[in-house]
Design a protein around this ligand. Structure first.
Ligand code: SF4
Length: 66
């Protein structure tokens, strides 16, 4: 299962691209292709086990978490 925090966007407040890229809604940043392999649970990765951002958010969700 792909990480529920992953989106594909062509722009954010600071960047604009001519194609969509993987974007983490936790860090509010575009992620590298290597990181996207974790986000998409490719190979033997799993976002719940291998992503420190996901684990930190799961342990300490912000008050306005959706
Ligand atoms: S960086 Fe982590 S929390 Fe963000 S989309 Fe990827 S797997 Fe999910």
């Amino acid at each position: 299962m792909t990480c529920p925090r992953l989106e594909y966007r062509a722009a954010d407040d600071e960047h604009e691209f001519d194609h969509v890229r993987p974007y983490c809604t936790v860090t509010k940043e575009f992620v590298s292709p290597m990181k996207a392999d974790i986000c998409n649970d490719r190979f033997d990765f799993h976002h719940e086990r291998h992503c420190d951002v996901f684990k930190a958010r799961a342990e300490t969700p912000p008050a306005d978490d959706d």
